[in-house]
Write a protein that binds this ligand. Sequence first.
Ligand code: HEC
Length: 280
Amino acid sequence: MKQKLVSLAVFGAMMAVGASAALAAAPADWSKVPKTDIHVFHPGVAPIEWVQGKGEHSGASGLKKGESCAGCHIEDGKLSLDVKRLQSKELEPKGAPKVGTYPVGVQAAYDATNLYVRLTFKAPAGGADKSDKENAVKASLMFPNAQVPMGEQIGCWATCHQDARTMPGADDKKTKYVKGGAFDLLQWRSSNKSFDGSVTDKRTMEGGKAGANAEGTKAGDTYTVTFTRKLAGNAVLAAGKAVTFGVAIHADNAGGRFHHVSFNQTIGLGADGDIKAVKQ
Ligand code: HEC
């Protein structure tokens, strides 16, 4: 856990000393960085086992042939997904959040050391699970490394299993996990904490490899969360390449699987991507 203890003034002083010349900072003027909406949605109980099960998901065979979730489910930046089905008893036995999907504005920038990702969103009320008493809102980013099986194709679904905590009937101690490879997991909580974690054979919220931190503010009903991560990490980012990532927002004190998530998306660092990171 990395609490933001360094005030801007102290940070400014450090910069002035010059000892931290290599210390990079997020863009001073985000209004110059293009913003793209990603639509997050309540995924119900549709873990990877469900998605790969032919009987229930007609995308299963296309998935086997190498098509990606986003490839089938996003058209012209809009979701092609039956969100009502994900809110129904069929896929959400406990009761779904009233708002099934909403947009998250995503901006990105990079330099020789870091990637900066800024999310802007209105966290909807009407949650079905309010088990996180400490945090009204949490925002997370996950990046698979190259060793995650199907990582680029399915994004966060590589970590989402039917036997993980808060799934119906699952062990409450079992976290999300991958069957090979690793994800960087970055999280901001509205109690003003920031986490640099990872997902391997289990999820850990600390000791991550991305040197990540996040800061967030709320103005009116809009949250703005800015993540900073190193290009190095489990996922190794580089100029001229795109990296796969996913977004998750826990709104209205939601815990566990009661988040709204994105499909696999990409950030291009001076390369093509769903989000184009601006070089600075
Ligand atoms: C080859 C295209 C294809 C791929 C790839 C695919 N899907 Fe689907 N998916 C579909 C279709 C078609 C449906 C419509 C209903 C059905 O038959 O299940 C669907 C339905 C769903 C639903 C239920 C909501 C609804 O619209 O009925 C979810 C959730 C879902 N897919 C998630 C995923 C995820 C997550 C992935 C990637 C791991 C994925 N899909 C990959 C085609 C695809």
